[in-house]
Design a protein around this ligand. Sequence first.
Ligand code: CMC
Length: 426
Amino acid sequence: MKHTVQITIDGVTTELPVLEATVGLDVVDVRSLIQQGLYTYDPGFLSTAACDSAITYIDGDAGILTYRGYPIEQLADQSEHLEVCYLLLHGELPSAEALGAFKQDIADRMPIDDHFARLFDGFTTESHPMSMLCAAVAGLAAQFHEGLDIYNSEHRLESAKQLIAKIPTLAAMSYRKSINASFVAPDPNLGYAENFLNMCFGETGQPPKVSKTLADALDKIFILHADHEQNASTSTVRIAGSTEANPYAAIAAGIAALWGPSHGGANEAVLDMLMEIGSIDQVSDYVARAKDKDDPFKLMGFGHRVYKNFDPRATVMQASCHAVLAEQGVDDEPLLAVAKALETIAREEAYFVDRRLYPNIDFYSGITLKAMGIPTPMYTALFALGRMPGWIAHWSEMLSAPFKIGRPRQLYLGPNKRDYVPISDR
Ligand code: CMC
């Protein structure tokens, strides 16, 4: 049955169609409302679907996340990141042959030209990796601009492969710059996560020495971060891309949006917070601060706009986190004790229970990455690395069908029209 919603404005009733979702909430189509002389008002997009999409589905109440219909738990357990990249881009899982060809395509595109690498000379060792990553990805737009037709699906797929291939190399270069070390080139014989770890911690001319457990855990982190429907950075990529901007520039905008501590920057902020709290006896003071409306302090790694139940990514991450901690022999870390105490309090205290504030993925990924020996400022760069296929899949999906430039309206609350006052009269 076709549903509609009726809205009455000054006695005139208008029917608004309801668009049916495959699964999840249906959507009231308010596009004709402007003809009645009204806008809708929804700061932060709490109730607004900004597009339709067939990539990722989240049921925040049930704690469900699927990529192209496949549950995240199954993908994290049985798949590998490049297979998930293929799935997000093409909509279907690859055959063994297609996956092999895709992996080869990625390996071929991982190297960065020497002249482009000189971009990093403009940064100091104190520069934040996210700043370097943002600049480097935006810089790729200069390399891939002439002749790029964003309405050609082959060109879009080539952009996707270039970005998925180059982001680990650029992220590793950002790290090497921060420790004032020479760059290590990608090794076509290594897996995706393995390659990234070797480019960060290996040495040029030396055989790679990457722990399989750590590479597998990192690959899982990438899978868990690969897409999350219309989050802030993906929406940024879509809006920037809706102006028909160069895709590398649109993705750089997404990287900038990801950096904030309310979004991808939370994994770094979790570690900063755990270190600031320092010991279990300080935990109750910080929890009291988090509950205090006059204090801007929030418990980083808790809460989510969409998940009002346990974040399914956090469940997978929690298990992986324990495996890494055991492998690295850091089970007795004082920070881990602080983390466990916070987790317990947040699960028991009314403030967190009533607001349905659960630990999110960043809570466990921060702790895992620390145990893996990854420096804190790199955490969000790793999130960007993982999220790349999602950003580019959304950009490509938008361009593959008719779309409009992203251009919201506003509720104007400023002064009404008034006359200019010359400075001598003010
Ligand atoms: N600590 C203490 N109180 C919190 C927290 C927190 N981490 N998160 C939300 N609240 C409170 C908030 O003050 C509000 O209280 P009240 O109803 O009394 O005003 C209530 O819970 C609802 O929160 P909200 O701010 O309206 O929720 P939101 O959907 O706008 O924000 C969020 C979601 C993720 C930005 C927020 O929970 C937050 O800042 N969390 C900490 C940062 C973090 O961990 N971010 C990573 C998110 S997961 C990675 C990703 O997907 O990007």
